[in-house]
Design a protein around this ligand. Structure first.
Ligand code: PGA
Length: 251
């Protein structure tokens, strides 16, 4: 069976405009003829305009790494969905573990952002995942279920086609430690079950669930071989053409 995967690069707080334009252009050139997967890159806010100009009209989508929970107004330091839309952003990553844990975003705030992003027609990649101590305490399912249920509270079934879930065990992010394909698959299957309970079988069977956490050229294939893994959210390895291309082009 040939499957399509959704491969996303989260550039986090890296790169200048020139570096971003060069990497984006290299990706456009190299991925131009690859139609089997779906691609996204999510640069910092300051790079969005530059990258947007490079990837517009290509098979690479433009993502933002966050947005304000408010539409506009007196919110110093925040970036609005309206401003993101103006730059050509199509997808917003929300609830990333660095937002949850370093910047103390809770499920309620993330849910507010999810609903606002959907209202404005964005696709949302909702990130979930447990800390190491939560895994060791046997709480993986409880944590992931709570993050899904609260993150999607009030989201209508008709909006689920604009939702992607990214399961990213926090202990695997940027650490070089990847979940084994079997461990990742077990959580992905569980995530699908939670979506089925909330939205029914049809939606659950269609939702894309990405895996994230130290995805590299040498582990992408075995992870993507798992039944419920529908793509990858790639951090560190997305910053260099030499490491992102083999992931993006894997088969
Ligand atoms: P990583 O980051 O690939 O560097 O582990 C993944 C992510 O945070 O999305």
């Amino acid at each position: 069976m040939s499957r399509n995967y959704y491969i996303a690069g989260n550039w986090k707080m890296h790169m200048t405009r020139q570096q971003a334009a060069e990497l984006a252009q290299a990706l456009v050139n190299e991925l131009r003829d690859v139609s089997k997967h779906r691609y996204l890159i999510a640069p910092s806010f300051t790079l969005l305009e530059t990258v947007s100009a490079v990837i517009e009209g290509t098979n690479i989508r433009l993502g933002a790494q966050n947005c304000s929970p408010e539409e506009q107004g007196a919110h110093t330091g925040e970036v609005s969905v309206l401003q993101l839309k103006d730059l050509g952003v199509q997808t917003i990553i929300l609830g990333h573990s660095e937002r949850r844990h370093s910047y103390k975003e809770d499920d309620e705030l993330i849910n507010k952002k999810v609903k606002l992003a959907l209202k404005h027609g964005f696709e949302v990649i909702l990130c979930i995942g447990e800390l190491l101590e939560e895994r060791e305490a046997g709480k993986v399912e409880e944590v992931c279920e709570t993050q899904i249920v609260k993150g999607l509270e009030g989201v209508k079934a008709s909006d689920l086609s604009s939702i992607v879930i990214a399961y990213e065990p926090v202990w695997a992010i940027g650490t070089g430690k990847t979940a084994t394909p079997e461990d990742a698959e077990a959580v992905h299957a569980f995530v699908r079950k939670v979506i089925e309970r909330l939205y029914g079988e049809d939606i659950a069977s269609k939702i894309i669930i990405q895996y994230g956490g130290s995805v590299k050229p040498d582990n992408v294939k075995e992870l993507m071989a798992m039944e419920n893994i529908g793509g990858a959210l790639v951090g560190g390895a997305s910053l260099k053409i030499d490491s992102f291309l083999p992931i993006a082009r894997f088969s």
